[in-house]
Write a protein that binds this ligand. Structure first.
Ligand code: ADP
Ligand code: 5GP
Length: 197
C-alpha cells in the first residue's frame, strides 16, 4: 500500500518501480474523476460515472472506497484478484482514509508513505505538472496540509527528494517486505514441520 499527498511523486515512483521489479503488479482502481491527458482507461484507473461507482458500492464490489479531492476512488475485489493472479505481489495506491480502513484487514501488507521534501516543493511540482486546473491544485494543496499528518500510521516513509534514490528506497522496501515473517510463515512452518520434534 502506498499513499502520498498529491504531487509528492507517487505515480512517478510507482511507474519506475513497476518497470524495474518483476513479480509486482498494480491494482487498478476505479475513479469518478476525469482522465488526465496521457491517462488510459484500465491502466491508471477505470474511469466511471458517479452513478456507476455508487452502483458498485451498493453491490459490495469494493474492498474499500473513499472520497478524495472531491472525487470517488475505490479498489475493487476484481482488480485486486486480477493483480494477484500468478502469485504476484500487489501494489495498492490508496489515500490515507483507504489505508486506515484496510490496514488491519491486510496485516501482511507493508504500507509506505511518500513525503515531498517541503510544502513549497509540493506546490512547485503540482503547478509544473500542468495536469490539473488551478482550482483543483488549490484543493489538493489544502488537502495536503491535512494528509501529511498521517505519516505516523505507516510502516515505511520515503522522502522523495532525489528521484533515483527514492526509487531505490521504494524497491528495497518492496523486496524486503517479501521476507517479512507474515509473508514467509507458511513456508517456514512447512520446513519446521519436516524437522519433527
Ligand atoms: P503524485 O502521483 O504523487 O500526485 P506525480 O508522480 O504525478 O505525483 O509527480 C508530480 C510532479 O512532480 C510530476 O511532474 C513529476 O514529474 C514530478 N516529480 C516526481 N518526483 C520528483 C522528484 N523526485 N524531483 C522532482 N520532480 C519530481
Ligand atoms: P489522483 O487523482 O492524483 O490520481 O489520486 C488522488 C488520490 O486518490 C491519491 O491520494 C490516491 O492515493 C487516491 N486513490 C487512488 N486510488 C484509490 C483507491 O482505490 N482507494 C482510495 N481510498 N484512494 C485511492
Amino acid at each position: 500500500m502506498i499513499s502520498a499527498p498529491s504531487g509528492a511523486g507517487k505515480t512517478t515512483l510507482v511507474a519506475n518501480l513497476l518497470r524495474s521489479l518483476p513479480g509486482l503488479r498494480f491494482s487498478v482502481s476505479h475513479t469518478t474523476r476525469r482522465p488526465r491527458p496521457g491517462e488510459r482507461e484500465g491502466r491508471e484507473y477505470f474511469f466511471v460515472s458517479r452513478g456507476r461507482f455508487e452502483g458498485m458500492v451498493k453491490r459490495g464490489e469494493f474492498v474499500e472506497w473513499a472520497e478524495v479531492h472531491g472525487h470517488l476512488y475505490g479498489t475493487s475485489w476484481k482488480a485486486l484478484r486480477d493483480a494477484q493472479a500468478g502469485g504476484s505481489d500487489v501494489l495498492l495506491d490508496i489515500d490515507v482514509q483507504g489505508h486506515r480502513k484496510v490496514r488491519r484487514r491486510l496485516r501482511e501488507a507493508a504500507s509506505i508513505f511518500v513525503l515531498p521534501p517541503s510544502f513549497r516543493e509540493l506546490e512547485r511540482r503540482l503547478r509544473r505538472r500542468h495536469l490539473d486546473q488551478p482550482a483543483e491544485i488549490e484543493r489538493r494543496l489544502a488537502d495536503a496540509r491535512r494528509e501529511i499528518h498521517y505519516w505516523p500510521e505507516y510502516d515505511f516513509l520515503i522522502v522523495n527528494d532525489a528521484l533515483a534514490s527514492a526509487v531505490r528506497a521504494l524497491r528495497s522496501i518492496v523486496v524486503g517486505s517479501r521476507y517479512r515473517r507474515l509473508a514467509q510463515q507458511d513456508c517456514a512452518r512447512e520446513i519446521a514441520n519436516g524437522f519433527g520434534g
